[in-house]
Design a protein around this ligand. Sequence first.
Ligand code: GLN
Length: 476
Amino acid sequence: MEKIYSSFEAIQQDLKTQQTTCQLIVKAYLHRIDENKHLNAFLEIFADEAMQKAQEIDAKIAQNNAGKLAGMVIAIKDNICYKDHKVSASSKILGNFESLFSATVVERLLAEDAIIIGRTNCDEFAMGSSNENSAFGNVLNPIDNSKVPGGSSGGSAVAVKANLCLVALGSDTGGSIRQPASFCDIVGLKPTYGRVSRNGLIAYASSFDQIGPFTNNIADAALVMEVMSGADKMDSTCSAQEVPQYSNHLNDKKTYKITYFNSCIENDGLDAEIKAKFMTFVEELKTAGHTVEATDFPYLDYLVPTYYVLTTAEASSNLARYDGVHFGYRSPNAVDLESTYLKSRSEGFGEEVKRRIMLGTYVLSSGFYDAYYTKAQKVRRILKTKTEEILSDYDFILSPTSPHTPFDLGKQVDDPIKMYLEDIYTVHANLTSLPSISLPLNKHTNGLPYGFQLTTKSFNETALLAFSHQLLQNKN
Ligand code: GLN
């Protein structure tokens, strides 16, 4: 029987003692991918190429000159560019478009000898919370196939949970890494805005988007972050702050000051059992020596509306480039310039993407600009200032990642407002640019998983990962 790995440490150990090879590891993943096709996690598998790369890395290992990620098999969300490979953002409008360059994160991972095994399914242009907005079909939650895996990076979360790869990359604009991580019982990290380069990430809302990892444990997330993070001349919003060696700090055992928001816990939408478990967890943290206090945060109801005004505005601008001329799909029914735009977009974009382009165009229109866009920018500023004030007194903000466990496929896909409210706990970190992680800490009596989320100060990933490591170790 082939061995299933749930940590890079175990892979490295077996490579070192020659119990396995990169080729055997890739073969095993390809086999599992084949057996789990029904999950629809991948849009494309780079099988031959991954095997070829594995062979090259095995040779490097034999010569003792392999990179830091030798043996790590990674899947990438289908909105991250990989030169000469298709990228579609799970949209018809990109047609058979192939990337002309690789995202900076892809280049950095490959330079350390990671193996990219394929591109994963997601909500179209990363817009969604259930992966039901993909033009290429739903993704099934591997824990219960009747449930959604979360979104928008559903395929990436499922690929890690079902052991179809060791690590996967996602993007998080409003929770798209953390919420599927919560629904699939794994770790999902959204870094500080500007920690990881966005060069080569297909833009949804540029002032919110960040790439981050899905992993089975914190050590793997720390390692991947060390490799991916840091200044990039191709992304001017990417910070030049030095990248710490996160892995070296994972065993820093400290006691922390933690807060949670009363409004989050009193929220009507929160599942009663999750609420009770959350309060028990707070008590456990206190017993372990941490300080945990409630804070009033009277802005909870403003988060989702502010997020949707600003992200749709940015999306309407970012998505204007898909016009039937420059990329991918062009309607065969078009006869002139006007109908090329109209028909290519009408036929190429899905419902949710159209809804957001229209909403974004509306909030930016001259008559409504101040009432919506400017106002939302002001609210974003207040949220940022108030949150920073809170984080000057506390190390972490703790909350549930999502108000409930994974829901039924098809159940709320026709109710956009309900779907948007899924993001109530996650959009805060994106609105305020802060790093945030979802930790697989809980199982509901309904048999399904749910995560707790920690958010911290800008560029404080070191403590975020160290504390997360501590919490997951206590769980085991
Ligand atoms: N669910 C959110 C949305 O639909 C988040 C998406 C994301 O983070 N990419 O906008």
